[in-house]
Write a protein that binds this ligand. Structure first.
Ligand code: GLN
Length: 306
């Protein structure tokens, strides 16, 4: 694994004819130039290799669900699973349908309903600004970088237009699976989604999930295993099976076009390309990870030594 491979992937992606479609249901995200492409890799020997726009910040969106799940598992452990399931879903990431079918229990913590419940759990006994400060503190520590912030304009934009999420929050409330007022839980959720990070920062965050920086891990090993299992099975929503087939790494996507992926014991990887596929996952980001995984034999399903 060397930087030449990342440069080649970068060149291949820059030449790809289909960029995908930038998320426009959050108006602020629609302003992002779809031609951006960045990739960064942290390795077990401590090296970090990057190519393209790896130092350009973007809206992490649903990648933030890994942050809140990590904190919530540490605080509540098993009790979290009374409020949210651990099964993949074949519905879209913002589906209202399955909440009705399952009496207000979201299928997993990575679809929107499950992430809203997770954030609601973190809010108990705290104000939104305190919970957001806690999330930022956690991310900055794990990424070894204090220069990580929330983009208030993105959060505001989603607050005004995120009707599907408002519907989900009200549905959760109706089923008594939201302790806080919808506006409080969602206000916090929109702000956590609006955290801006670069691929370089995100890849450094991923080191504790890859267990390549164990002495500084802010999360217990058993929870790291849980989170990686959920990323593999649910991290790309109804596109998770296809992602496992093509890439084979536990990974979490966001509609900002970022993907955080881990190769346990070997590497953490962050890619960013704003254009999405029909499941809301980065189109070229997935292709780039597929190329990397194939070249390095990094699929967790590789039958021989990696
Ligand atoms: N903030 C976005 C939403 O709630 C996050 C979705 C995503 O990144 N898949 O719709």
């Amino acid at each position: 694994m060397d930087v030449d491979l990342l440069e080649k992937i970068c060149a291949d992606m820059r030449g790809a004819p289909d960029l995908g479609k930038v998320a426009d249901y959050i108006p602020e995200l629609a302003k992002v130039d779809p031609r951006h492409f960045g990739i960064s890799v942290c390795l077990a020997d401590g090296r970090q290799l990057s190519a393209g726009d790896a130092d350009v910040e973007f809206s992490v969106q649903s990648v933030s669900k890994v942050f809140t799940l990590s904190i919530a598992l540490g605080r509540f452990g098993e009790r979290l699973w009374q409020r949210v399931g651990r099964e993949p879903s074949t519905n879209a990431f913002n589906s209202v349908h399955e909440l009705e079918v399952h009496d207000g229990i979201p299928p997993n913590p990575f679809v929107n309903s499950g992430a809203i419940v997770t954030t609601d759990a973190l809010l108990v006994g705290a104000r939104p600004r305190e919970t957001l400060a806690e999330i930022l503190h956690f991310v900055r520590y794990a990424a070894s970088d204090d220069d990580i912030h929330i983009d208030a304009a993105v959060a505001r934009s989603e607050k005004l237009t995120g009707d599907k999420n408002w519907a989900l929050a009200h549905m959760l409330r109706a089923y008594r699976n939201l302790d806080n007022a919808c506006a409080l839980a969602l206000g916090t959720y929109f702000h956590q989604c609006a955290i801006r990070m670069s691929c370089e920062q995100l890849a450094r965050f991923g080191r504790f999930l890859a267990h390549i920086h164990p002495h500084r891990s802010p999360v217990r090993a058993e929870h790291v295993r849980n989170i990686n299992a959920l990323m593999l099975t649910c991290g790309h929503y109804d596109g998770s099976g296809e992602f496992a087939f093509r890439v084979g790494m536990p990974a979490k996507s966001g509609v900002g076009g970022g993907i955080l992926a881990v190769v346990p014991g070997i590497a953490s990887v962050a890619v960013w390309s704003p254009g999405l596929n029909k499941h809301g996952n980065s189109l070229r980001g997935t292709a780039a990870l597929e190329e990397l995984s194939t070249a390095c034999r990094w699929s967790v399903f590789e039958p021989h030594d990696r």
